[in-house]
Design a protein around this ligand. Structure first.
Ligand SMILES: CC(C)(COP(=O)(O)OP(=O)(O)OC[C@H]1O[C@@H](n2cnc3c(N)ncnc32)[C@H](O)[C@@H]1OP(=O)(O)O)[C@@H](O)C(=O)NCCC(=O)NCCS
Length: 93
């Protein structure tokens, strides 16, 4: 995923990932990404967990996995209409 540098840090990456997560949640799918350092926080906010590091000539990439059963597993509750992304993040359904 990439957002034009002049529009970054305005929530566009989160909005795109929210749509993607909505689809994978509805279909009970697992998701895997190889993230650049810039993307790790974004993916973490939506429940992806770092599971490894891949070293390339372009730098290190973090392997991140989001399993379909992660929602609600941490015991926290989001306000109505929001889905759990991780222990401190909820997002609009
Ligand atoms: C990663 C990227 C897609 C994020 O898009 P964005 O529209 O800026 O993301 P958002 O504004 O929704 O921010 C989402 C989170 O990512 C964090 N973030 C955004 N850009 C970041 C950067 N360059 N470095 C570290 N964290 C970053 C934000 O702080 C935010 O976290 P928070 O809400 O907990 O504070 C964008 O920086 C990008 O296109 N980078 C270049 C390509 C790239 O490295 N893509 C990574 C996927 S492999």
């Amino acid at each position: 995923m990439a957002v034009d540098p002049s529009y970054q840090r305005n929530g566009i990456g989160s909005a795109l990932l929210k749509m993607f997560c909505h689809y994978i949640d509805e279909n009970a799918l697992d998701a895997f990404v190889m993230s650049s350092p810039a993307g790790v926080r974004l993916y973490s906010n939506f429940g992806f967990k770092a599971v490894g590091v891949v070293e390339t000539k372009h730098g290190n990439f973090t392997s991140m996995l989001r399993t379909s059963g992660f929602m609600g597993n941490n015991g926290n509750v989001c306000e109505e209409g929001k889905l759990m992304a991780n222990s401190h993040h909820c997002y609009e359904e």
